[in-house]
Design a protein around this ligand. Structure first.
Ligand code: GP9
Ligand code: MN
Length: 705
């Protein structure tokens, strides 16, 4: 202690304001250290570096400023140190959690801390690193210096005016930070697509508070819901159920399901030919076109996406649950890690012994997938951590499609059959500047809109990727006992850009209207069933909400006792009414957009509707509103927790662990021995990976240099 007495700390530390500023800077520096060393936030440009650098400031000083309001000496210093401790603890807990889960701690996770601990197992210690002292050393030193009075406690309280201005200044700084963040990432908070992004742009403290507030809000609604609400929904669903068509019921029974998620892929790309500058036509997606026209494919050309702000995750919500995404934000992020679901993986597991898996080359916490999939009952989730992702083969949304499908196969071959699987491609994602002309080997369009120009080349790349994957499926023998469903998740060209697309789709910019926008919301839905020859192009009007009952009936599973908002598209009772998430709708007869009624067949505005037209369209509008409302009630009230009529055992998310999955699958293979049904086992315990032929993006680049 004598030594400490010899230490001379700078005078300003002996004032409350001085120590306040000093501690603030220390926390700021520690946060930056964590950003650089422990978190992998994928910074894309100098602007993002700047926001990252400043984002701890506002919240840190705002929190510490609380201590400035406390007038009594000891109490004030204790408050400051407690806040110092808590902020450091939050940072450090996230650092260690991130090392295991590549994710940040949500309030839900904190509330279920036991679960996390069990997830970490006895291995929590293994997550510590020697350099972790950095996260605590400053706190300990300041603490000792205070205790030994090397830093003297200041008798004089901070004037209330000064304290208040510190709080206001921090708040102001936060507002500036938020504005910068929203510039870099519009709708950052509204859509909440990624925890990585919120931390990257607003910092850990702000993320935690924000997450806490939204968690509280959803919990409130949930707490008020009751079993009676479930009865209302269940009555609606019963009345809305469309019974299976005997001609198609069970035609894919027992087959593997392979969903191929065609990112941002619109129906208009099918059979589309892009003219290059010499007037030569280039078919954009020759392979997908061949699937579309194949007689083993049940294709739909009046199939619409129905997503809201949750985009990809909303499409997934509908395909997995036949429930809509939310009115605002994303269902996956808001309640995906909390609600009870009766989703496809659980239904197929319990009714027909399916194993389930998702493959996606982006960070697992994007759209909160890593949590949501456990609640849907997915056995496996192969996220970016399972792939070799590097600067050359990826972009901001993850691994490019060719290496993605290719690298997925090493895991796919170990899945027990029958399986229900989903491959989420991503290269054909906005901003479509992923490939330049030379790299893509496909022309770039020549409109005034850069985004539209690149769209065809990325779609072409996706087409080639899917073709390579199909070739593998055939070579490995998987093809014959699988049903392969390809779908577009949502538009690629947004409504605000459609005018620039007009000329390319045979329309004129000046006459482009809302109806044209609505027609562009068509996305592919192709159910390819090898062995079937009665496929063809089906003109039934439908949407993503209808996919689950459609699929289950093909697999021979009746959906009568499930709470699903859609209807089997093959059913004779299908009512062909497509709700958009905002309450607009399309039907074969009318399209209603806001208060405007259009004739769907001609696209003409019905400017003076007859009494009968008014009645008919109102009846359709009411149906659409009811369908959306029933879905929202189910989700917001977490009503499926009250539902027992399906006979399904509720999914226990704690049973799923997306770590070391290859080992998990191999264990099952060896335990099952001869009865193992994985492709690997069936192939005499030899890998089929070498049956995959890919022309990788890098190869292509090299060859063209
Ligand atoms: C990211 C990908 C994109 O993982 O699924 O989601 P989106 O931006 O299309 O909603
Ligand atoms: Mn998407």
């Amino acid at each position: 202690m004598n030594i400490l007495k010899k230490i001379h700390t700078p005078k300003f530390l002996d004032t409350r304001m001085g120590l306040f500023l000093f501690i603030g800077v220390l926390i700021w520096m520690k946060s930056i250290f964590a950003y650089v060393v422990d978190f992998h936030l994928r910074i894309e440009n100098a602007f993002e570096y700047f926001i990252l650098f400043i984002n701890p400031i506002a919240s840190t000083f705002f929190l510490l400023a609380i201590a400035l309001y406390v007038r009594r000496k000891r109490a004030s210093y204790i408050t400051m140190m407690v806040i110092y401790f808590l902020v450091s603890l939050l940072l450090f807990s996230n650092v260690t959690y991130y090392r295991e889960f590549t994710d940040f701690i949500t309030v839900n996770t904190m509330l279920g801390a036991g679960k996390v601990a069990s997830g970490l197992g006895e291995s929590a210690l293994r997550l510590f690193r020697p350099y972790d002292v950095i996260y605590w050393l400053d706190f300990i030193i300041v603490g000792i210096l205070l205790l030994t009075k090397t830093i003297k406690m200041d008798e004089r309280p901070v004037r209330a005016r000064v304290a208040l201005s510190m709080s206001l200044l921090s708040a102001l700084f936060f507002a500036a930070n938020l504005t910068l963040a929203e510039t870099a990432r519009p709708q950052l908070l509204g859509r909440q697509f990624s925890r990585d992004y919120i931390v990257k742009f607003l910092g850990l403290n702000a993320f935690t508070v924000y997450d806490g507030v939204t968690t509280y809000q959803t919990n409130q609604v949930r707490a008020e819901a009751s079993e009676n609400d479930m009865d209302t929904v269940s009555d609606y669903v019963k009345g809305h159920y469309a019974e299976p068509n005997p001609e198609t019921f069970g035609i894919a029974k027992g087959k593997n399901v392979i969903y191929i998620h065609l990112e941002s892929f619109q129906q208009f790309l099918i059979d589309y030919k892009l003219k290059d500058e010499n007037g030569v036509d280039h078919e954009v997606t020759p392979f997908l076109n061949s699937i579309f026209h194949n007689n083993s494919t049940y294709s739909f050309d009046n199939f619409f996406h129905q997503v809201g702000q949750g985009k990809t995750s909303d499409a997934e919500t509908m395909f997995e649950n036949s429930l809509f995404g939310l009115d605002q934000g994303s269902l996956f992020t808001q309640v995906g890690g909390k609600n009870t679901f009766e989703a496809a993986p659980a239904i197929l597991d319990q009714e027909a012994g399916y194993t389930s898996a998702v493959f996606h080359g982006n960070a697992g916490n994007f759209w909160n997938r890593n949590e949501t999939y456990k609640h849907l009952g997915y056995d496996y989730f192969f996220d970016a951590s399972y792939y070799d992702v590097n600067e050359d083969n990826s972009f901001q949304y993850g691994l490019h499609d060719k290496p993605f499908f290719n690298q997925s196969v090493q895991y796919l071959e170990h899945l027990q059959q029958p399986f229900y699987s989903k491959f989420i491609a991503v290269s054909n994602h906005y901003p479509y500047s992923q490939f330049t002309n030379d790299e893509a080997g496909f022309p770039i369009a020549n409109t005034s809109d850069e985004t539209i120009n690149g769209y065809f080349a990325t779609a072409n790349y996706l087409d080639k990727s899917v073709e390579e994957f199909f070739n593998y499926l055939k070579a490995s023998g998987l093809y014959d006992n699988s049903v392969i469903v390809l779908y577009g998740d949502h538009y690629g060209v947004s409504t605000s850009r459609n005018k620039n697309l007009a000329e390319l789709v045979g329309k004129t910019k000046s006459t482009w209207n809302d109806f044209d926008n609505s027609t562009m919301q068509r996305v592919p839905y192709m159910i390819h069933i090898p062995g079937q020859t009665n496929g063809g192009i089906n003109h039934t009007y439908g949407g993503q909400i209808d996919a689950l009952p459609t699929l289950l009936h093909l697999l021979g599973i009746d959906t009568k006792n499930y709470i699903q908002m859609g209807q089997d598209l093959f059913s004779k009772q299908n009512e062909q009414l497509v709700a958009f998430r905002n309450g607009n709708y399309v039907s074969p007869k009318y399209t209603m957009l806001g208060s405007n009624i259009y004739d769907t067949a001609t696209g003409l505005l019905i400017s003076e509707p007859t009494e009968q037209q008014l009645q008919e369209t109102k009846a359709l509008k009411d149906k659409v509103s009811l369908q959306l409302e029933m879905s929202d009630q189910t989700t917001n009230g977490d009503l499926l927790r009250f539902y027992t009529n399906s006979g399904l055992t509720p999914v226990n998310p704690d049973n799923y662990n997306y770590k070391d999955q290859l080992e998990q699958m191999k264990k099952i293979e060896s335990k099952k021995g001869k009865s193992s049904t994985s492709v690997y086992s069936k192939n005499n315990n030899t890998s089929t990976v070498d049956k995959y032929h890919t022309e990788s993006y890098q190869d292509y680049q090299k060859a063209n240099k």
